[in-house]
Design a protein around this ligand. Structure first.
Ligand SMILES: Cc1ncc(COP(=O)(O)O)c(C=O)c1O
Length: 395
């Protein structure tokens, strides 16, 4: 099936969270999943596994062919790691929680560059650590990293940094210069960097540079987390992988209690193998559709005079919309109540996200355009061009 033939009814029939939360009248742009058909090779692999009743415990890393496949795919992304140092885990968040617990000194706070994926904040809390948020500043056409704030976090005791690259929710792709600066500071303070690069395959015009490839020290002090789940739309299948670019870390991982590492699904493993080995053509088609959706989103906002509220993302299928000029105490709630469009409240992505909302634009074009029409109509009511909406006080 062509990606553009997929409909919302198809997505609803999946019976997953993506369309299972709000009433039918609400267009839900929250959950970061694509309203696209899954790639044929992945479907074939999973069907085959179902036919074989592959529902047992998964084959251990050392006996599985998957780490070798991941290692080859990672090399194509610019991450160099031997297959014995690629380890499977059910999901990235579990991997990260273990990394915080077992690869940093007890009780050390964790720094995270914000806005960021909300579950990182949960993961730090689940590991019973303090969170040091290092906010990026939104300029008119890019986001700026505050290296002094980052250094301060380490000066004040943070023992690690979670680096989401490309960034969920802004779609920012860190430059070589930014990554090298982070590496320099991290090395100076002898801290660990946990790089989540799960969104890297979905990128548009920018070159993606893996953190571990920036310099030797970055490879030594970092651990890279990724999976096929975001780019190939299979998060429910439970399989992610970790690249231990430092061999000693791989040995430490070995010592982590098995109870903390389990939960990988054999279906996720076959799906991941199919994605990494045969999923290229589907991904190319998906990126073309997503690029057009991103441009349709920026054009629709520009046509309503609101082009400035978005900086077109360089990667991901997420757009980060600046709602601060509309004087709304809760912009996501306003959009849900007045436009019947569900967006993710920016505050979930860290304190600096307050006043923003995140939207997922990986949905059929017509649905996206309808959502944008409803949103811009509602937002223009909050400007001098429209009247105030009754029941919504200026914050
Ligand atoms: C940056 C980032 N990391 C990780 C995840 C989730 O990965 P997992 O389900 O493997 O924990 C997401 C999901 O949206 C994400 O955006």
């Amino acid at each position: 099936m062509k990606i553009s033939d997929w409909t919302l009814d198809d997505s609803r029939a999946r019976g997953c969270k993506r369309w299972g939360v709000y009433p039918q009248s609400t267009i839900d742009l929250t959950v970061a999943e694509m309203d696209f058909p899954v790639a044929e090779p992945i479907l074939a692999a999973v069907r085959d596994a179902v036919g074989r009743q592959a529902f047992g415990y998964p084959i251990p890393d050392a006996d599985s062919a998957l780490p070798e496949i991941c290692s080859r795919w990672l090399a194509g992304q610019g991450v160099n790691v031997p297959s014995r140092q690629v380890r499977l885990v059910s999901d990235i968040i579990k991997g990260l929680t273990n990394a915080i617990r077992y690869f940093t000194a007890p009780a050390t706070p964790v720094a995270v560059i914000t806005p960021t994926y909300s579950r990182f904040l949960d993961a730090i809390t689940a590991a019973e650590r303090l969170i040091y948020q290092v906010p990026m500043t939104r300029m008119s056409d890019h986001y700026e990293l505050d290296l002094d704030a980052l250094e301060n976090a380490f000066k004040n005791g943070a023992g690690s940094l979670i680096l989401c690259n490309p960034v969920n929710p802004t779609g920012h792709v860190f430059t070589r210069q930014e990554l090298a600066a982070i590496s320099g500071i991290a090395e100076r303070y002898r801290v660990r960097v946990f790089a989540d690069e799960v969104h890297a395959p979905v990128r548009y015009d920018r070159t993606f540079i893996p953190y571990s490839s920036v310099d030797t020290q970055a490879a030594q002090h970092s651990i890279t987390f990724t999976s096929a789940s975001k780019a190939w739309n299979i998060p429910g299948l439970r399989c992610a992988f970790i690249a231990f670019t430092n061999e000693a870390d791989n040995r430490t991982w070995e010592l982590i209690p098995r109870a903390a590492k389990g939960g990988i699904s054999p279906l996720g493993m076959v799906a991941t193998e199919a994605a990494l080995t045969e999923g290229g053509p589907w991904l190319t088609e998906a990126i073309d559709v997503l690029r057009d959706n991103r441009d349709a989103l920026t054009d629709a906002l520009a046509q309503s005079g609101l082009g400035h509220i978005v900086i077109p993302p360089d990667a991901t299928y997420l757009a980060w919309l600046d709602m601060r000029e509309f004087d709304l105490a809760d912009a996501a709630r306003y959009l849900r109540d007045v436009a019947s469009v569900a967006t993710t409240p920016g505050g979930e992505h860290g304190a600096v996200g307050s006043g923003f909302v995140r939207v997922n634009f990986a949905t059929p074009r017509a649905v996206l355009l309808e959502a944008l029409d409803r949103m811009t109509t509602a937002l223009l009511k909050r400007t001098t061009r429209g009247g105030a909406v009754s029941g919504y006080e200026v914050a």
